[in-house]
Design a protein around this ligand. Structure first.
Ligand SMILES: Cc1ncc(COP(=O)(O)O)c(C=O)c1O
Length: 472
């Protein structure tokens, strides 16, 4: 019998968690259940998810950034249907397909100082390519990366990951050295050893949502180039318009040698990722005909991905989404800052465009402070996880914590959001913060429940982290 999606869903409806427990990652089913995110998602459109009871949810998580242009954008859908029906010969491999050329050309228009593109299937793969290209073209192996950096979880990308929790037990990894984010002095000290291939950096870090200090990228480029090393900007999450510019390094006027991009670029339908670079770097890697496939991947330039990428670039432009990201980003930040003084726990609102972080910290008043300390003693970040859960359960807003062991609530809305979406979020946020600052409200009860589970490592259903967090 041929496979039919609708029939399969009809016949096995409700078995998802069970199948995940049996065949995929059982911890995902446990975490989702423990924190009460286990809805049966019926449908999605734009900035919203709908469960099987018809309830609408505001998606400020966007599949860890993949749905930057919103879910199910009709233009990308139409383009993909057209591609499916085209019967074009795809992945001939020893071939130079036009559509990949068109996509590369369109991408490079967004980075005029760069010349070439390598296409691949995920953010991690784009990072792998950038690391390999930097190492090969400089003839050096050591890569510098920043504290709290996240560049993916494949072995190369993991080697430049600033989070110990991800690296532990997977070594030995590639040679690399962590430098403090935005610290020129530390960069200079490492470069003086003369063995550095590159610095890889997210101009706006996904973990913790820290923005690189003004002037750092330009000054770092000068230092790196003086020592024959390269600057890699990882734009997998911040790129393709999220920060109000196509690439977030543009805010600083920087010109990195290699740039990675993915997530939003996909339109949310087909994985799309790319590594952009200078001709100088690419010429070294692909220096002769016998090196034509020296770095390559089978599905890199597949038709569906190229079409999704081209259609997404067109949507970003035609729908004015980059301008919207800048505008709505400013609006959210302004609203958050205007209420911040009401809440002792809000320490800082930061980010760029629609990559927003709300850092929470210990309150001054006795009651809330005691409760904060009690939970934080069990695990740092638990209060923020509690807020994520409350936003979801009571206000149907999907958010995330910005990392394990960090008290930063992260907002990653789609670039299409409107004023009414911002009001939806702000109303929910203020209500949760009001109740969390007040004494003995139910929101804390859930915190105690989470804490007791977190404090009981032997319980099988204990999630390490409660809020949807670590990837994005
Ligand atoms: C900045 C950054 N780089 C790389 C990655 C890895 O991308 P992927 O999950 O597509 O492999 C991520 C994923 O969150 C990311 O945020």
């Amino acid at each position: 019998m041929p496979f039919e999606l609708r029939r399969a869903i009809r016949e096995r409806d409700g078995e998802g968690a069970e199948l995940w427990c049996r065949y995929l990652n059982p911890q995902m089913a446990r975490v989702v259940h423990t924190i009460g995110l286990d809805r049966r998602w019926a449908r999605a459109e734009g900035a919203y998810l709908f469960d099987d009871t018809g309830d609408r949810y505001l998606d400020f998580l966007t599949g860890f950034g993949a749905f930057g242009i919103g879910r199910g954008h009709p233009s990308v859908r139409r383009a993909l249907h057209e591609a499916l029906d085209s019967e074009l010969a795809d992945l001939v491999q020893m071939d130079t397909p036009l559509v990949a050329g068109l996509f590369a050309e369109a991408l490079l228009k967004r980075a005029p100082h760069l010349d070439r593109v390598y296409m691949c299937n995920s953010g991690s793969e784009a990072v792998e390519a950038a690391l390999k290209f930097a190492r090969y073209s400089t003839g050096r192996s050591r890569v510098l990366y920043c504290d709290h950096a996240f560049h993916g979880l494949t072995a190369g990308a993991l080697s430049v990951n600033g989070g110990r929790e991800f690296r532990k037990g997977f070594g030995p990894l590639l040679p690399g050295t962590e430098v403090p984010f935005g610290d020129l002095g530390a960069l200079q000290r490492e470069l003086s050893r003369g063995d550095v291939a590159a610095l890889i950096i997210e101009p706006v870090q996904g973990k913790g949502v820290r923005v690189v200090p003004d002037g750092f990228l330009v000054a770092a480029t000068q230092l790196l180039h003086r020592r024959g090393a390269l600057l890699i900007c990882d734009e997998v999450q911040a790129g393709a318009g999220r920060t109000g510019r196509f690439f977030s390094y543009e805010h600083d006027g920087a010109e990195p040698d290699l740039v990675t991009v993915a997530k939003t670029l996909s339109g949310g339908f087909v994985p799309v990722a790319a590594t952009l670079g200078t001709d100088r770097v690419f010429k070294k890697v692909y220096s002769s005909m016998d090196r034509v496939l020296v770095h390559d991947t089978t599905f890199g330039t597949n038709l569906m991905a190229m079409v999704a990428g081209l259609a997404t670039l067109a949507v970003l432009e035609e729908d004015g989404l980059i301008e919207n990201a800048a505008l709505r980003g400013e609006a959210i930040a302004a609203e958050l800052k205007s209420v911040a003084s009401r809440y002792e726990m809000v320490k800082e609102v930061r980010g760029r465009g629609l990559l927003v972080g709300i850092e929470l910290g210990r309150p001054r008043s006795r009651g809330p402070r005691a409760r904060w300390e009690l939970l934080t003693r069990v695990r740092r970040g638990l209060v923020t996880e509690m807020i994520v859960v409350d936003l979801f359960r009571k206000h149907r807003i999907l958010t995330q914590t910005a990392a394990d062991n960090m008290d930063v609530l992260k907002l990653l809305p789609p670039l299409i959001i409107s004023d009414s979406d911002i009001s939806w979020f702000m109303d929910g946020f203020c209500e949760v913060m009001d109740s969390i600052h007040a004494s003995s409200r139910p929101v804390w009860r859930f915190g105690w429940a989470l804490a007791s589970r977190a404090a009981t490592p032997s319980r099988p259903a204990t999630p390490k982290s409660a809020g949807p967090s670590p990837r994005g």
